[in-house]
Design a protein around this ligand. Structure first.
Ligand code: 1GP
Length: 279
């Protein structure tokens, strides 16, 4: 007895082969975290546009997406300390339709999770002493994230005083690290890395009056091996570039771009200019 395939069997077989091949190629593709690690090793500097669905008007979202594609923005972060509208899914759908720039969720709360993004910054607020934001919310969301297609990246989140009380500081009920205390920032980052956190995010908070100093960025960057994200109150291409030169691997800007989307072009160019890898 032998098996004589008919055309339907062949189509089914081809379909199964295609599925298997796409699964293998997906497995072989670098994760976003591996991509960040390789970028850091090569001295690549990334520019990240932060989209806060509460703040950015839909008209501006389209401009920001178009300019980000043209300017070769490396990543989008999406989230906010207090999302009160329901635009998260809609903006993610628009982003994914328009381009293949990877999108990270930067959640300010457990309601800000969507499977339409690529990855999620699993934030532990290590500058604060609020147990809910160190481990509590993580336990609540863990079972959902475990079965999600999102790449989960554990991230030490360090709030640094930016000269004005920020929404994130108020909502998290924590004090930021004082702006001039580089040593506290360094010890916090080292402890976070010892705990196994894979990224560090130093944030002066959205709309900070004073962005994080280059001295603190340099000190933290010299003390940990993991990729370093810096954001909060960056308003000029010069400051974005200075942060990259000081040791930040990813520079995040939200507020200034919400006010003037055309800034994306200059900011991305300024950060990429510092990069050892030409973009
Ligand atoms: C805030 O780091 C981000 O969490 C970006 O800050 O909105 O001030 O650019 P801005």
């Amino acid at each position: 007895m032998y098996f004589k395939p008919d055309s339907r069997d062949l189509i089914k077989l081809l379909f199964l082969c295609k599925m298997a091949l796409s699964r293998i190629s997906a497995d072989m593709k670098d994760t976003l975290y591996q991509q960040l690690g390789t970028g850091k090793e090569q001295g690549k500097k990334d520019f990240v546009v932060l989209i806060d669905p509460d703040k950015l008007s839909l008209r501006n979202v389209d401009d920001v997406i178009r300019l980000s594609i043209e300017s070769k923005v490396d990543y989008f972060f999406i989230g906010g300390s207090l999302i009160v509208n329901s635009m998260l899914d809609e903006i993610l759908t628009n982003l994914k339709k328009a381009c293949n720039i990877p999108v990270f969720l930067f959640p300010g709360g457990t309601n800000q999770i969507s499977y339409r993004a690529d990855a999620l910054l699993f934030l532990s607020l290590i500058s604060g002493r609020n147990p809910d934001l160190l481990i509590g919310k993580h336990v609540e969301t863990a079972p959902f994230l475990k079965i999600s297609p999102l790449e989960i990246i554990s991230t030490g989140y360090m709030l640094v005083d930016g000269g004005v009380p920020t929404t994130v500081s108020y909502m998290s009920n924590t004090y930021p690290i004082p702006a001039t205390k580089d040593d506290i920032a360094v010890c916090t980052a080292i402890a976070g890395e010892f705990l196994g956190l894979k990224l560090m995010y130093m944030d002066a908070g959205s709309g900070a009056k004073t962005p994080i100093s280059e001295s603190m960025i340099g000190a933290v960057s010299g003390a940990v091996n993991c990729p370093l994200i810096v954001g909060g109150g960056i308003r000029t291409p010069e400051k974005a570039a200075a942060n990259a030169r000081a040791g930040a691997d990813l520079i995040v800007v939200g507020d200034a771009i919400e006010k003037d989307p055309s800034l994306v072009t200059e900011m991305a160019a300024a950060v990429h200019e510092v990069s050892a890898v030409k973009v």
